[in-house]
Design a protein around this ligand. Structure first.
Ligand code: SF4
Length: 452
């Protein structure tokens, strides 16, 4: 630690209330020297460790936030579950677990329907433990990040194998596969009232603004510090409500852009708001520092929606070929239309067809007795680190015996149109299927127009 940092620390220790002022002083110096508009990090990670909340601040933040939460909490199904006895608390813990896993990367409005369907099918952890991965994936279809669903199932099996009682403390929850610090904190505080913090992206933003933390919010040290600050704030009597309040405040008022500071219940304790009033070149959204997004890799794949005619009676008895993805990696174990990766390069229609033909012949011994083959379109599916451009074709083959070549070690199935329309499919597969349906419809309307 450099001499300047030591000096800062001494100042903080001598006077337990200088944090915000200290930041203001530094910000003023900095803006004179460096820039007219953007603040530079106000302090280093070493300094952040000492930016504790004062006792009176903690009290005020707890009281104001809980009052606001009581008046503004969103009515969500997992919040309606009673917690008056042990069984209820276990049910609540399970509901919190399912909802928190679903909420990662997905909007609340979308999650509510999924959650209700899930709880209807598997109302307790015991019911879930009996489910198959197929059923779970199907129920999850459309939520994305399918590993989360797999972890829920694995976690449920572990809990049931170990006696069936839901672990009740942060420490024990962390032993369940798939339950990390965030989820364990949420379950422990909301269902079992353990005074432990929960830090998601919303909480990182709120605390960074409360304490004018400009350091990179993705940095390990910063995150650790924010967990500690959140731990200092969490209300001992109502930890679950406090944690949900803090997350809800971040989601609804203290948003990344255009935060609603004028109605914020903890604006009196907000360092960023104070700094922005003192120094017009600074705005609250300067906190936390914006981090450049990881550049997504561009990839390409050819998708073939293979329709095999059933009989002379037309397409009513058609079957579609679905292939199961390998058990590891992206979308592990999920069903999809046959697809071939184009190894990171664009490929023209001939090259794509050749790649698909090889795949179908080698994997399934399919006799490519082609009735029609048409390009349906393309679309880009965004994964966390990949932008996958998919080229969709509709390949209609004449009726044939459906079998797989002995050497191919992949699971596959043929499903009729009705099953395909109703089964849970990933967003990408559903999109390809819908594109094919639309394509068929527009082609038949065109034919009707031409013949009339
Ligand atoms: S005052 Fe504004 S910036 Fe500060 S916590 Fe409230 S909403 Fe966020």
């Amino acid at each position: 630690m450099g001499p300047k940092t030591k000096q800062t620390m001494k100042k903080i220790l001598k006077n337990p209330t200088p944090a915000v002022e200290d930041v203001i002083t530094k910000s003023k110096k900095r803006t004179r020297k460096v820039s007219q508009s953007k603040p530079q990090p106000a302090f280093t990670i070493g300094d952040i460790e000492d930016f504790q909340f004062r006792e009176d601040e903690v009290k005020e933040i707890r009281a104001s936030l809980l009052k606001w939460y009581d008046a503004n909490r969103r009515d969500l199904p997992w919040r309606r579950i009673n917690d008056s006895d042990d069984d209820d608390r276990d049910r609540k813990a399970y509901a919190v677990w399912v909802s928190e896993i679903m909420l990662q990367q997905t909007r609340v409005q979308t999650v509510v329907n999924y959650f209700n369907r899930w709880m209807e099918k598997w109302p307790t952890v015991h019911h879930l433990a009996q489910a198959s991965i197929e059923e779970v994936n199907e129920m999850w279809a459309g939520l994305g990040y399918y590993r989360r669903a797999r972890f829920l199932l694995e976690g449920a099996k572990t809990i049931v194998e170990e006696g069936g009682q839901f672990p009740k403390s942060l420490k024990d929850l962390l032993k369940v596969p798939g339950i990390g610090e965030y989820t364990a904190g949420a379950i422990a505080s909301i269902a079992f009232k353990e005074a432990v913090p929960v830090v998601d992206g919303n909480v990182v933003r709120v605390i960074a603004r409360l304490r004018t933390i400009s350091a990179n919010p993705k940095d390990k040290e910063t995150v650790k510090t924010i967990w500690r600050l959140a731990g200092q704030l969490v209300d001992e009597d109502r930890p679950g409500d406090f944690n949900q309040g803090l997350m809800e405040l971040g989601a609804t008022l203290c948003k990344p852009l255009n935060p609603n500071c004028s109605t914020c219940p903890i604006s009196a304790q907000c360092g960023a708001l104070l700094v922005s009033k003192q120094n017009p070149s600074i705005v609250v959204t300067d906190y936390p520092t914006k981090v450049a997004k990881v550049k997504q890799r561009l990839d390409f794949s050819a998708i073939s929606v293979v329709e095999i005619l059933g009989s002379e009676e037309g397409r009513m008895n058609s079957k579609f070929l679905l292939v199961k993805r390998p058990e590891g990696g992206l979308l592990a174990g999920l069903w999809e239309f046959p697809s071939v990766s184009l190894n990171g390069e664009e490929a023209d229609v001939d090259a794509r067809r050749e790649a698909i033909d090889d795949f179908l012949k080698n994997s399934f011994g399919l006799n490519l007795d082609i009735v029609s083959r048409e390009e349906v379109g393309e679309y880009v599916h965004i994964f966390t680190h990949i932008r996958l451009k998919m080229y969709i074709e509709l390949l209609v083959l004449r009726s044939q015996e459906l079998r797989r070549k002995e050497k191919a070690d992949m699971s596959y199935k043929y499903v009729d149109m009705k099953t395909l329309g109703s089964m849970g499919l990933t967003t990408g597969v559903r999109k390809a299927y819908n594109m094919v349906q639309k394509f068929k419809q527009s082609r038949s309307s065109l034919l009707k127009t031409v013949s009339s």
